[in-house]
Design a protein. Structure first.
Length: 220
């Protein structure tokens, strides 16, 4: 039975992007159900699949997993040969730590710089909390790349769940013109240009839905 992944708008739903990238990385066929968010009937449509009433949600036969990082963990166990976590124990511990830091933290950045993949050149007020979180993320990327990234362009060389967790941040930095340097810039460019992200960017640009609350920073 094919897996089913229920997601929100590809342009706006950061948590959906994380699960989509992880599942796409496995190479297994899956059915994709997109539920446009913040429209009449959105909650009812999502609740048909998800007990939490939120996206993303993964259906695998009788198994339902309804939270992004839990979906990624489920996929890592279901497809152990796909390397969704680093094989080295020390690298795996760091990958889990920084993935959970992204999952639970960076609230100022996420609230201020909402994800809007197809937008560019947006300007928002970035206070000390946001700039501090941007620096922390750049430091995480640079440290992971320096210690574990020799095998490829991603945080731990090859693509892992950690990259899926930080991919929406890469899109935010692109949307709001955050300047990066060194390893952080090289890494962000690699994520932005990888084929799965190119596919997401194309799909996001083609979506007809506009959520005004996420269209902040437009220059009139």
């Amino acid at each position: 039975m094919a897996l089913t992944l229920v997601i929100g708008n590809k342009n706006y739903s950061s948590w959906s992007l994380r699960a989509w990238l992880a599942l796409n990385h496995t190479g297994t066929p899956f059915e994709e159900v997109v539920v446009p968010l913040y429209e009449p009937g959105s909650t009812a449509a999502i609740t048909r699949y998800s007990p939490s009433g939120k996206v993303p949600v993964l259906r695998d036969g009788d198994v339902t997993v309804w939270e992004s990082l839990a979906i990624c963990e489920y996929l890592a166990e279901k497809f152990p040969d796909k390397g969704l976590w680093p094989r080295d124990g020390a690298a795996r511990a760091v990958a889990r730590a920084i993935s959970n830091e992204m999952h639970a933290g960076f609230r100022a950045l996420r609230d201020t710089m909402v994800m809007n993949i197809r937008a560019k050149g947006r300007k928002v007020e970035m206070g000390d909390a946001v700039t501090g979180e941007i620096q922390r993320i750049a430091d995480i990327w640079a440290a992971a790349r320096a210690k574990f990234g020799a095998g490829g362009p991603f945080l731990f060389g090859t693509f892992t769940i950690a990259d899926a967790m930080y991919a929406p941040v890469v899109t935010r930095f692109h949307t709001y013109g955050v300047a990066l340097e060194g390893e952080a810039k090289t890494y962000a460019d690699a994520v932005w240009d990888m084929p799965p992200m190119q596919a997401v960017r194309k799909a996001a640009a083609a979506e007809p839905w506009v959520i005004e609350r996420f269209e902040r920073g437009r220059l009139n």
